[in-house]
Every structure is written in structure tokens, then in C-alpha cells.
Design a protein around this ligand. Structure first.
Ligand code: H2B
Length: 104
């Protein structure tokens, strides 16, 4: 099942398929931060990620500070990282690449 919690080895492997995501010390969350052109753009980013999240039935945490946005991913039902987090991370990276100007 895709909601099975990854062990350290699986996390290390899966982290290689995505770029710029930081594994938090407890290995239960990963996060990434972007800086957008404006606050409005950052809010548009949230709205688009929300659509993806609803579609995947997997919901990130957002930390918004003016133009900066940090997203944290974890699977609460599994108390750790699962394939769902890596799928969502890849989808968010795809959204960023195709629709947003930003710098990390
Ligand atoms: N999102 C995240 N990030 N973790 C979960 O465990 C989770 C979720 N569970 N979205 C889903 C919804 C669950 O509550 C429903 C019932 O499928």
C-alpha cells in the first residue's frame, strides 16, 4: 500500500528522485521553501497546491511569510513519510517549474 511508512533506507532512495527537499531530523517530515515575486503569487501557489492536494487526497502544511512559502509534507496516518509524500513533492515541483517564477 502506498501509505506504508518508509524506513530510513527507503527515504534515502526516494529523496534521490526529488531535488531541494530537506529531510527533517525525525525523518517524519520533509520540507522545501520558495520565494515568489509577490505575496499574491505566493497565495496563487497555495491555491494550486491545494487543488493538487485534493486530487491526491494528501494535504501539506504551509508556512507563509509574505513572499516566502515553506511546504512541509508527512503522512499523518502513517506517522512518517510515505510514497504519497514523494508523489506530492514531485507534483509540486512540476507545478513550480511549469507555472511560477521563483527563487529558492
Ligand atoms: N494528508 C496527509 N498529509 N496525511 C494524511 O495522513 C492524510 C492526508 N490522510 N489527507 C488523509 C487525508 C485521510 O485523513 C483521509 C481520511 O484519507
Amino acid at each position: 500500500m502506498s501509505t506504508q511508512k518508509f524506513n530510513s533506507h527507503q527515504i534515502t532512495q526516494a529523496m534521490q528522485s526529488i531535488k531541494g527537499w530537506a529531510l527533517e531530523p525525525d525523518e517524519a517530515f520533509m520540507n522545501k521553501q520558495w520565494q515568489f515575486d509577490s505575496f499574491k503569487t505566493a497565495m496563487e501557489f497555495i491555491a494550486k497546491v491545494a487543488e493538487i492536494a485534493e486530487h491526491q487526497n494528501h494535504h501539506p502544511e504551509f508556512l507563509s511569510v509574505y513572499r516566502k512559502m515553506r511546504v512541509r509534507l508527512s503522512t499523518h496516518d502513517a506517522s512518517g513519510l510515505t510514497q504519497k509524500d514523494f508523489d506530492l513533492a514531485a507534483a509540486i515541483d512540476g507545478l513550480i517549474e511549469s507555472q511560477f517564477n521563483h527563487r529558492i
